[in-house]
Ligand binder design. Structure first.
Ligand code: GAL
Length: 665
């Protein structure tokens, strides 16, 4: 359920008027109108103002602001302020303060200062949210609810006494009997056998490594506890305002490791994502694209909302590089290209005080006589021209497997190499596909993947038997699967699948792995055609054939890249991390699978089709001409008859408005 209003693409962002005197608030609304802002998020951190003392609600100040916005035609995404419990509440219930893994109870003064499992926090949340919902249920400006802020960041796991109680409960509900838990956790190892539920502790700091199955379950539990806190609020709001969508903003699909967004997505009416550039990375627009594709994927392909990004610099990275002219526009339109129906920022007006005073806003400290503001106004005009994009879908022929549980498990302690990380591999494959101008979806390994020509599984370490069967069926039915090393190794309890690695994938890949040979830091190993890093291993063929062999290192003369023709499809395997040459290898698989893509374009041009709109975003320093494009370039109103030229750093969105067969001309 996407919010019905505002029409077209939503534009605006977090708005914190409580930090400003009335005259500035009035100026803000005038500026919002100038820029074409049509949606703002209010109240995110305003619990202390909404409920200055227990049970005493004060919404008058907020009424005044919402009425003013409404009079100006600006819709409100109203937040529940539970990410900032007030001082009076925390002082009265110091036990709600979260405890870190090394046992330190955090103090008050930041945000997210209450444990999601703490009963007092849940009770106070429910009371406040009901009061807020009842007060605003009929206000015409409120078009959606925004619960909390970024669950999981910064508070992921909590090791307090309330977490311990809830954890034991969760284990009891999950395993029902202690024997099943002992079995799943492999407690015969290091003599950890439990005979009573109350013996089970939190997997806190230890002088050695804590049972990995216990830690994996604790990651599941912690995420589920935050979700319970969300659901508590969502249920109240849905009861009071059944017609309004409820969401919470993800702390960056690709960056918030602790939240399993496949699970979260089921509980949200509309997916909302935040994304901040890794400011120092020159190609940070690729991470942005990945974040947007993952948001669209967890939304099941439906349009989603970019709830936050920045107009310029952030303030929390080591060097907060400001966005250059045109960069905010490219960033914003890349999110829209990849399925977002909104462009929202943190925050409308940059703060004068507090922890984020050096963070950019749509209105900078320099005011409206600034490049920043001019670009904000121009972007508003661009988005009005793109109103027709709303609701349209992005189609992808290639999918990349992304499973948070596998991500958690892979990065627990004592793996064969510290260089084995999930993001290292996913990023490498995603970047190669991005540079090949191939749009991808992300999928859970148990999902229906039959519609994709190619599925890539980068270091899919944890793979349930049923997911492995899903991949097997996919290949037999004609799909093309590309798997990288250290995949299919363990089941859902981090227990190694029986027999030689990769237990869950031996059959589909037509091979087994006899021995791992992780490489030294910076060491490379020669493969026929490219150098490999991080990993080498001894592959024994059992149905697959070698496409390229290692020519050096511990596995010289043995397969490094293999292909197994199975049923109507093929399963490829890559036993190292190519330093260069991944694009070429991927290209072979894509060609074999018949994935068409534009050729001869610079790899700094981002090209995405959304419905009948072709988005061309030029991240390079030279103009690019793309042939085979006909339609109306919406941002400047020109016609394209067979080609379009995109200036350096510019964006073009071409609407294919030629009548198609079967459509009225
Ligand atoms: C987000 C957060 C915002 C703001 C922003 C700054 O993670 O949701 O409230 O802090 O970062 O970049």
């Amino acid at each position: 359920m996407y919010p019905e209003r505002p029409a077209g693409i939503a534009y605006g962002g977090d708005y914190n008027p409580e930090q400003w005197p009335r005259e500035v608030q009035e100026e803000d609304v005038a500026l919002m109108r100038e820029a074409g802002v049509n949606l703002v998020s209010l109240g995110l951190f305003s619990w202390a103002l909404m409920e200055p003392a227990e049970g005493r609600y004060a919404f008058g100040w907020l009424d005044e602001i919402i009425d003013r916005l409404h009079a100006a035609g600006i819709a409100v995404d109203l937040a529940t302020p539970t990410a900032a419990p007030p001082a009076w509440f925390v002082a009265g219930h110091p036990d709600v303060l979260p405890v870190t893994r090394d046992g330190i109870r955090i103090g008050f003064g930041g945000r997210q200062s209450a444990c999601s499992s703490a009963p007092a926090f849940r009770a106070a949340t429910a009371r406040l949210v009901r009061a807020l919902g009842e007060h605003y249920r009929d206000h015409p400006a409120v078009v959606m609810w925004h619960v909390h802020n970024e669950y999981g960041a910064p508070l992921g796991e909590c090791y307090c006494e309330h977490s311990l109680v809830a954890w034991r409960d969760w284990l009891r509900r999950t395993y029902l009997d202690l024997g099943a838990l002992n079995e799943a956790w492999g407690t015969t190892f290091w003599g950890q056998h439990y005979t009573e539920w109350h013996q089970i502790d939190l997997p806190g700091f230890n002088h050695t490594v804590v049972n990995p199955a216990q830690r994996l379950d604790f990651a599941r539990f912690s995420d589920a506890e935050h979700r319970e806190h969300y659901i508590l609020q969502r249920d109240i709001l849905s009861e009071l305002t059944p017609g309004l969508p409820v969401t919470t903003n993800f702390a960056g699909t690709v960056n918030c490791k602790s939240a399993d967004l496949w699970q979260w997505a089921r509980e949200l009416d509309v997916i909302a994502n935040d994304h901040y550039l890794k400011a120092e990375r020159p190609d940070n627009h690729i991470d942005l694209a990945m974040s947007a594709d993952l948001a669209r994927s967890v939304a099941g392909g439906e349009p989603w909302m970019l709830m936050e990004h920045s107009a310029g610099a952030v303030n929390w990275q080591p060097r907060n590089i400001a966005k250059r002219p045109g960069e905010m526009r490219r960033n914003s339109l890349a999110h829209v290209a990849r399925g977002s129906d909104s462009v929202l920022f943190f925050q409308f007006r940059a703060s004068r005080f507090g922890a984020e005073k050096f963070h950019s806003g749509m209105v900078p400290h320099a005011g409206t006589s600034s490049r920043q503001w001019r670009e904000v106004v121009e972007l508003g005009a661009d988005l009005r021209r793109l109103a027709g994009v709303r609701g349209s879908r992005v189609e992808a022929e290639v999918a990349v497997v992304w499973d948070w549980e596998s991500y958690w498990a892979l990065e627990l302690d004592w793996r064969p190499s510290v260089d084995l990380t999930f993001r290292e591999r996913v990023d490498a494959f995603y970047e190669a596909l991005w540079r090949e101008h191939v749009t991808v979806d992300f999928v859970h390994p148990s999902a229906d993947i039959s519609g994709y020509r190619v599925v890539v599984a980068p270091s899919a370490y944890l793979l349930a038997e049923s997911s492995a069967k899903n991949l097997h069926r996919y290949v037999e039915a004609g799909g093309h699967l590309l798997v990288s090393y250290f995949s299919g190794i363990v089941d859902e309890h981090d227990t190694i699948h029986p027999g030689a690695h990769p237990g869950a994938l031996r059959e589909v890949l037509g091979l087994s792995v006899e021995e791992f040979h992780p490489l030294r830091e910076h060491e490379t190993v020669a493969v026929d055609g490219f150098p490999g890093k991080i990993w080498s291993e001894r592959v024994n063929l059992a149905g697959a054939r070698s496409v390229r062999d290692f020519t050096g290192g511990p596995d010289a003369g043995h397969p490094a890249v293999t292909r197994h023709d199975l049923g109507a499809g093929s399963a490829w395997y890559l036993a190292t991390a190519p330093v260069t040459g991944l694009r070429e290898l991927l290209g072979e698989v894509l060609d074999h699978a018949g994935v068409t893509r534009p050729r001869g374009l610079p790899d700094t041009l981002e090209l995405v089709r959304r419905g009948r709109h072709l988005f061309l975003i030029n991240h390079g320093g030279e103009p690019v001409t793309v042939a085979g494009v006909t339609g109306t370039a919406l941002l400047d109103g020109t016609r394209c008859d067979g080609s379009v030229t995109v200036a350096a750093g510019a964006v073009s969105v071409v609407l294919d408005d030629t009548p198609h067969q079967g459509e009225p001309g």
